[in-house]
Design a protein around this ligand. Structure first.
Ligand code: SIN
Ligand code: FE
Length: 289
C-alpha cells in the first residue's frame, strides 16, 4: 500500500511557496500531517479542557458558518472565550488551506468548526455512528452531489495524550471491495426521504453509494480487522488535513480535538478525475448526480 500519510514539516500555518505535491497527495486521498505548527492556548482557554463544557445533549461543540456557538453548557464569559478560541482555529485553518492549496482559494465554502472535549474510548454508539470503525464520511441527511469534504484537525490535548487514528486503504480499493454488494439506488425512495424531510434535498445516486460504502465498511468486522491499514497516534500539537469523504479513517482514542470543515465543488479540484464522484462514475459507467 502506498503510504497514506505524508509528513509536511512547515513551521508556519502560511506556506510560501506551496508545493504542487501537497494538492496531488491530498487529492489522492492521503492524510497530510503537519508535524510542527503551533496553536498557543491562553491560561483562561486551558479551563475549557473539561468534558463538562459540552451540553450532554450535543455530540460536539460547534461554531456554525455564521459564528453561532452551539453545544456548550458554560456561562457567558466562557462561551465568549470558546468562540474566540474556535474562531482563531478557523482563521488559522483558512490560512493553512489557502496557502498550501492555492488552487482552491476562493472556491472553498466554509463549514462548521467543532471542539470535541469527550474521550473517544468511552463513547457508546451504534455501529453506524461509531467512528472507531474505518469509514469514509457520508451524510445521511445532507446530500453533497459530489462536493468534497475537506477537513483540518488539531489535537489540542493538554495532557500529552495522542489522538490515535487508523488510516485505511485508498478509496479505489474500498470501491473495488464493496461496490458489488451495495443496494441499488431507488429514485422513488430518495423522493420519499425528501418528501418527509429526512434528507434536506433529494439524495442522488452518488450520495446513496457513499452511504452504502460507509455502512458496508463499518459493518464488516473482518474488514475492520484485516484490511490494509496503519495506526497513527497524532501527538498533541499535530495538525492533519484530508478529504474525509475519500480517506478511509477511524478515530480510536484521544480527547480534545478541534476540526474545521470546508466544502469544495468537485469542478474546482486540481484533478477532477481523482474525486470519489469520478472514481464511482468510472466504475458504474454512467452519471451519478
Ligand atoms: C471522524 O471524522 O470520523 C472522527 C475524527 C476524530 O474524532 O478524530
Ligand atoms: Fe469520519
Amino acid at each position: 500500500m502506498n503510504k497514506q500519510i505524508v509528513d509536511v514539516n512547515c513551521t508556519e500555518w502560511i506556506a510560501s511557496p506551496a508545493q504542487d505535491k501537497w494538492v496531488t497527495d491530498l487529492e489522492a486521498g492521503k492524510v497530510l500531517h503537519f508535524t510542527s505548527l503551533e496553536f498557543p492556548v491562553s491560561a483562561f482557554e486551558s479551563s475549557f479542557f473539561t468534558p463538562d463544557i459540552r451540553n450532554p445533549k450535543s455530540r460536539n461543540i460547534s461554531l456554525d458558518d455564521a459564528g453561532n456557538l452551539k453545544g456548550a453548557t458554560a456561562n457567558q464569559q466562557v462561551q465568549t472565550g470558546l468562540r474566540a478560541m474556535m474562531t482563531r482555529f478557523r482563521a488559522q485553518s483558512q490560512m493553512l488551506v489557502d496557502s498550501h492549496f492555492p488552487c482552491y482559494k476562493d472556491h472553498l465554502r466554509l463549514g462548521p468548526t467543532s471542539f470535541r472535549p469527550n474521550r473517544i474510548e468511552t463513547r457508546n454508539q451504534s455501529w453506524r455512528a461509531d467512528d472507531r470503525r474505518l469509514h469514509v464520511d457520508a451524510f445521511p441527511t445532507r446530500p453533497t452531489y459530489g462536493e468534497r469534504i475537506l477537513r483540518v484537525f488539531i489535537n489540542v490535548n493538554p495532557n500529552n495524550v495522542p489522538r490515535v487514528w487508523r488510516i485505511g486503504e485508498p478509496f479505489e480499493a474500498v470501491v473495488d471491495r464493496f461496490l458489488d454488494n451495495t443496494a441499488p439506488y431507488s429514485a422513488w425512495r430518495a423522493k420519499t426521504l425528501n418528501l418527509f424531510g429526512i434528507t434536506k434535498s433529494l439524495r442522488s445516486e452518488y450520495d446513496h453509494l457513499m452511504l452504502q460504502l460507509h455502512d458496508a465498511m463499518k459493518q464488516d468486522l473482518n474488514y475492520q480487522r484485516n484490511c490494509p491499514q496503519l495506526t497513527m497516534p497524532f501527538p498533541p500539537g499535530s495538525v492533519w488535513v484530508c478529504f474525509s469523504d475519500q480517506a478511509s479513517h477511524a478515530a480510536m482514542s484521544g480527547q480534545y480535538m478541534m476540526e474545521q470543515t470546508f466544502h469544495l465543488p468537485v469542478s474546482n479540484q486540481y484533478d477532477t478525475n481523482s474525486s470519489p464522484l469520478a472514481i464511482l462514475k468510472r466504475h458504474i459507467g454512467r452519471e451519478l448526480i
